[in-house]
Write a protein that binds this ligand. Structure first.
Ligand code: FE2
Length: 390
């Protein structure tokens, strides 16, 4: 019977008691036992337990139907009061490793990422089991409940672009998605009046129809807000975003999902509770962005939407990068049912996209080079009505 030390002699994990029943000997230095098997699993025979020194014991039978976050958290409080060293035990050390990680994450006030980072070098086996990883993350994250969300959708009428402000109601930390240069002063004033402190100014992609406001806003906002765009876009920015990144503002975060197709570097930002996604031009209300410039690909866009957006809950609100017909948002469920392009088979979708016959975007030759450096360049002349990107 092997005990794995996961915390300087204070916390151990183990699998089933060995056939020689050496429970008492193997655990002689352990003060408490957290037993995670159901009685019928028979991992710890009564005899073995009786022969030990009657350590403090809590039974926390974890099975697929018993993985409730709330009960795990109350167990953490109880375990925390137990004498140390503590042994977490189950049949194969998976549940033991997961529960020990929840315990460590909660008592140290770690985020789910920090907890998993801690578990990795220990080689804990549950890390290879996605449902267990999710469970550990959910337990640790729910220890510190998410604060309220401040949310605004703003509109820039010349390019029909939506800008989004998301802030944590408690800490006032905020992010801005897809600001436009022409409305940078408006946005700066707005977040200042709201008492928000934007830390990151995000672009869903390098836009072809307007100049991003991220560069201008950096100069307008006190407090060192940074610009951000995906690494895959090739654009310059303070922060390069990658698939799977978590963009934190206070107790809230956005998950970055790479959704190439409209451009090669498009990102969709998904709110932590999956109640909203910010899709840029990847998915528009009843439409999608064109795929004939900037490394675009119809097949890739189709795969991105199906794999990274349509897999979100049906009631997840879709906030697009543009709308040209007065609509503001949609839901994943609605778009799955009614999007006239993305409800079609891929071959038909590709055919639709190659026959759009859209005009060359008027601003593209000025906007794209400017946006590759976060909008810091000579002002674009004129106020041409931008082409719809659909
Ligand atoms: Fe675009």
């Amino acid at each position: 019977m092997e005990l794995i030390d996961v915390c300087g002699g204070e916390v151990f994990i183990t699998g089933q008691v060995g056939p020689d029943g050496d429970f008492a000997a193997a655990t002689k230095d352990v003060a408490s036992l957290v037993y995670l098997c159901k009685p019928q699993e028979g991992c710890l025979p009564d005899q073995a337990w009786e022969s030990s020194s009657h350590k403090e014991r809590v039974d926390l039978p974890l099975g697929p139907g018993l993985f409730e976050v709330r009960s795990a958290l109350s167990a953490v409080d109880r375990i925390n009061k137990m004498a140390k060293p503590i042994l977490f035990m189950c049949k194969s050390a998976n549940r033991a490793g997961a529960m020990a990680s929840v315990f460590q994450g909660c008592r140290n006030g770690w985020s789910s990422e920090q907890t998993l980072e801690w578990a990795k070098p220990l080689g804990l086996k549950f890390l290879t089991m996605p449902p267990m990883v999710e469970w550990v993350s959910a337990c640790v994250d729910s220890r510190f409940p998410k604060g309220g969300l401040i949310f605004r959708q703003l509109f820039e009428k010349e390019s029909s672009t939506f800008t989004y402000i998301l802030g944590d109601a408690e800490t006032k930390q905020a992010v801005i998605i897809d600001p436009v240069d022409k409305t940078a002063e408006r946005d700066s004033q707005m977040v200042t009046e709201m008492g928000l402190k934007p830390t990151l100014l995000l672009n869903t992609h390098v836009h072809a129809d307007h100049i991003t406001g991220t560069g201008k806003l950096k100069g307008l906002l006190p407090g060192g807000a940074k610009s951000g765009v995906s690494e895959a876009s090739g654009g310059q920015a303070d922060v390069k975003i990658h698939d799977g990144d978590k963009i934190r503002f206070g107790s809230r975060y956005l998950e970055a999902r790479a959704t190439p197709g409209h451009t090669a570097g498009c990102m969709t930002f998904v709110l932590d509770d999956k109640s909203a996604c910010f899709t840029g031009d990847t998915l528009l209300v009843r439409g999608c962005g064109r795929t004939d410039f900037q490394g675009g690909s119809s097949e890739t866009l189709y795969a991105s939407v199906k794999g990274k957006i349509f897999t979100l809950p049906n009631d997840c609100t879709v906030y697009p990068g543009h709308d040209y017909q007065g609509r503001h948002s949609s839901t994943v469920g609605e778009e799955k049912a009614y999007n006239p392009r993305l409800t079609k088979p891929v071959e038909e979708f590709v055919s639709i996209m190659s026959n759009l016959n859209l005009p060359y975007p008027k601003q593209i030759d000025k906007a794209v080079p400017a946006n590759m450096v976060c909008g810091i360049c000579d002002e674009v002349e004129g106020g041409d009505k931008a082409e719809a990107s659909v």
